[in-house]
Design a protein around this ligand. Structure first.
Ligand SMILES: CC(C)(COP(=O)(O)OP(=O)(O)OC[C@H]1O[C@@H](n2cnc3c(N)ncnc32)[C@H](O)[C@@H]1OP(=O)(O)O)[C@@H](O)C(=O)NCCC(=O)NCCS
Length: 217
């Protein structure tokens, strides 16, 4: 679900420009470059190595997301084409180590006028320096607030995913509520959807909604 925020959509389109995508260097507290991030762009749809890597990351972590599908390379290419590349309200940053190794991805979704959601956060590689994804998160949070002009920034995490909740709390997010979820199965697709009342839930966990405190300007 992406909402209408035309000014930010224009900035996302520029950021996803295939010839000159937005790039950020991620530096540690000593100033050393520890990672680089840049959006997934259209030309990535023909990079079979990247598609296979993202498919593997998503398959390995599928239980942690709202929709569970078997993540084949072809399904992943289709998903990338439709969402991070094709949806004007979405952007997905590929996180690469200083030596070029692919480490994971971290996304942003526009959900309304002045409102954005951090989504598709995934560290795929092992042996990533502690705190590196926290630095990535800080860069994207600052970009969303300072460049896009977000006035509300949220992240939604399954409430049994303590690692991701701890990560987002370290990033400065504060838990607002836990919404009840109902799981349904359609062939090999499992969907968890927010329901109006906890009595309708058939899961022992819910969807934690966290928000980032943004001072009013
Ligand atoms: C969510 C996710 C991207 C966060 O990345 P991460 O690498 O775990 O996050 P951080 O860099 O914040 O923390 C990693 C470790 O470094 C430690 N750390 C963080 N900042 C640190 C710092 N400045 N100095 C030292 N250690 C630090 C943390 O304590 C953490 O260790 P712990 O897990 O033992 O507590 C990752 O956990 C992930 O991909 N999970 C699977 C997919 C998923 O659940 N996605 C969320 C779906 S909503």
């Amino acid at each position: 679900m992406s909402g209408s925020w035309p000014a930010a959509e224009r900035k996302l389109a520029r950021a996803k420009s295939p010839s000159d995508p937005l790039r950020f260097e991620i530096r540690d507290s000593a100033g050393a470059v520890v990672a680089r991030i840049r959006p997934i762009v259209e030309s990535d749809l023909t990079d079979n190595g990247l598609i296979a890597t993202i498919a593997r990351w998503r398959e390995e972590n599928k239980e942690r997301f709202l929709t569970i599908v078997p993540f084949s390379p072809e399904g992943t290419r289709h998903w990338m084409s439709r969402f991070p590349v094709g949806d004007p309200g979405r952007i997905l940053f590929l996180v690469e180590a200083a030596n070029g190794e692919r480490l994971g991805h971290y996304g942003l979704l526009l959900i309304g006028d002045g409102e954005a959601e951090i989504d598709n956060t995934l560290r795929g590689a092992a042996g990533v320096p502690a705190g590196l994804f926290g630095l990535v998160a800080q860069r994207i949070i600052r970009w969303a607030i300072d460049d896009l002009g977000a006035r509300r920034l949220v992240v939604r995490v399954l409430s049994n995913n303590r690692t991701a909740i701890r990560h987002q709390e370290r990033n400065g997010f504060v838990q607002e509520e836990i919404l009840p979820l109902r799981e349904s199965r359609d062939g090999d697709i499992v969907r968890r959807e927010v329901v109006a009342d906890a009595s309708l839930s058939n899961l022992p966990f819910g969807l934690a909604v966290l928000s980032y405190p943004i001072p009013r300007r």
